[in-house]
Design a protein around this ligand. Structure first.
Ligand SMILES: Cc1ncc(COP(=O)(O)O)c(C=O)c1O
Length: 464
């Protein structure tokens, strides 16, 4: 154990703070040549393990730096990191209360708090391994409501149809695949210029399914789309869902935490109208991966839909039976993700997350203002949330493919030259630089430097 502590201490005190670029960017082929990662019959000494740990950290992008704008999380959440370490130390699992007692009670308190934010007064939930699994369970609950015998009998010739916007995360397609709905029966409903689902297009798509004798069963809205951060119109889509008796799910994996902020929660004011809600704590709340939850308005729905088996050896009918979260889950062994989320929430309170969102929204506005003032930069979509999608566009270039190549090259050059790590993304046929503002250490000067660099690299690439 002491050997482990020494390595961990060196990692924290020396290797991570080393002055190093956000991303080292070697190709997989180069890294395979550089590192010897072979396993063999014989074991090794501690020094070899230490060197492997050091290499691992060295080549991984440093997500704690302010220059890491690539993903929907960035920075370091210290209480959550402590929780992650302790979780590994305990190696608790979450199927029954007995093997994760404090973790179970913490998870139940988190679920109460999350439901309060969403507005599910009697809601329940269970923590899951990410937004993708939360969306999968949302769709499964919808299937169970529409066709309760699907769980035991299968499709039986029925065609179930699900609807998400054309901006929804690809996990909806995975869910349709896993649940046996058929990915062709997942309809990508048209979104408007801001990336929000068009309610009239949703109604039309449902009518078309009904005309074919199909069963519309699931509407999946997104709160904070992956590329541009759009919020689908919940109230209008809820009316449609109610009129057709269709399950309404909200994927708030990225944009759910807006509910912490009194100033900005109007973007998701109607969340209580949904039947289920996905929320990732490993995105904006910046808890180490993985930590997420599926929240459900109707208590008992999760167990009804997900349970099956385990009664003969695991789920004993003892005084703690009501606390066994395993029957609400599609997993057996499940990591105790509650501790790290609970510690970080306890440390800063609701107010801490609200302050973070308000600050990030203010630097987002600052950033958009600077982009709009610069002749060679342009926004590609309104930045409602914390996604800023923009591109470098000198006046004389109008060809979309040429602009795409140029902006991809800007991202690559920025990263390989030791600068910030931003990525490119496509939106409605145009390609831009997707800047994600998820780290409250980012300040005005960081953004000025980034935008200056985009322009400088763009110009250098054109002058070559
Ligand atoms: C809107 C949205 N939903 C769901 C997901 C999937 O979440 P996870 O990576 O936690 O499975 C993402 C991931 O980026 C997302 O942006």
């Amino acid at each position: 154990m002491n050997d482990n502590l020494e390595i961990l201490t060196r990692a924290i005190q020396q290797w991570i703070p080393e002055d190093r670029p956000v991303s080292q960017a070697p190709s997989a082929a180069e890294l395979e040549q550089t590192l010897d990662l072979t396993l063999s019959d014989e074991g090794c000494d501690q020094a070899t393990l230490e060197s492997a740990v050091r290499d691992y950290l060295h080549y991984n992008p440093d997500v704690s730096q302010a220059g890491f704008f690539k993903l929907l999380y960035s920075g370091q959440n210290k209480p959550a990191l402590l929780g992650d370490w302790i979780t590994s130390l305990s190696n608790a699992t979450m199927h029954t209360y007995q093997v994760g007692p404090v973790a179970t009670l913490m998870e139940l308190e988190l679920i109460r708090q999350w439901n309060k934010l969403v507005g599910f007064d009697e809601g329940e939930g269970v923590m899951v391994a990410g937004g993708s699994q939360a969306n999968l369970i949302g769709m499964m609950l919808a299937r169970h409501k529409a066709c309760p015998d699907y769980k035991t009998k299968g499709a039986g010739g029925r065609t179930l149809v699900a609807y998400v916007s054309d901006q929804a995360h690809y996990s909806a397609e995975k869910a349709a695949n896993v649940l046996g709905i058929g990915t062709d029966n997942l309809i990508a409903v048209q979104s408007d210029d801001s990336g929000r689902m068009k309610p009239e297009a949703l109604e039309q798509a449902i009518q078309s399914s009904l005309a074919q004798g199909h069963i519309p069963f699931y509407i999946g809205l997104t709160a904070g789309t992956t590329v541009v951060g759009a919020y689908d119109p919940v109230a209008a889509c809820s009316k449609i869902a109610k009129a057709h008796n269709i399950w309404l799910h909200i994927d708030g994996a990225w944009g759910g935490p807006i509910l912490f902020s009194a100033q900005h929660r109007h973007l998701l004011a109607d969340s209580h109208l949904a039947d289920s809600f996905a929320w990732d704590a490993h995105k904006l709340m910046n808890v180490p991966l993985t930590a997420a939850v599926i929240l459900v308005k109707q208590p008992g729905a999760l167990k009804d839909c997900c349970s099956g088996g385990g009664g003969d050896y695991l789920f004993h009918a003892d005084e703690n039976a009501a606390y066994n979260l395993g029957e609400r889950s599609i997993q057996c062994g499940r990591r105790a993700d509650s501790l790290k989320v609970w510690l970080s929430w306890k440390a800063v309170g609701n107010k801490g997350f609200a302050d973070k969102i308000d600050y990030l929204q203010s630097i987002k506005t600052d950033c958009v203002g600077m982009i709009e003032q610069r002749d060679r930069l342009e926004m590609l979509a309104p930045a409602t949330y914390l996604n800023v999608l923009f591109r470098y566009r000198p006046e004389h270039i109008t060809d979309e493919q040429e602009l795409r190549r140029l902006n991809i090259e800007i991202c690559k050059t920025m990263r390989s030259s030791g600068g910030a790590y931003v990525d490119y993304a496509q939106y409605k046929g145009r390609t831009g630089i997707r800047l994600i503002l998820a780290n409250s250490d980012v300040c005005h000067e960081d953004l000025v430097e980034l935008l200056d660099k985009c322009e400088r690299i763009g110009k250098q690439l054109l002058d070559r």
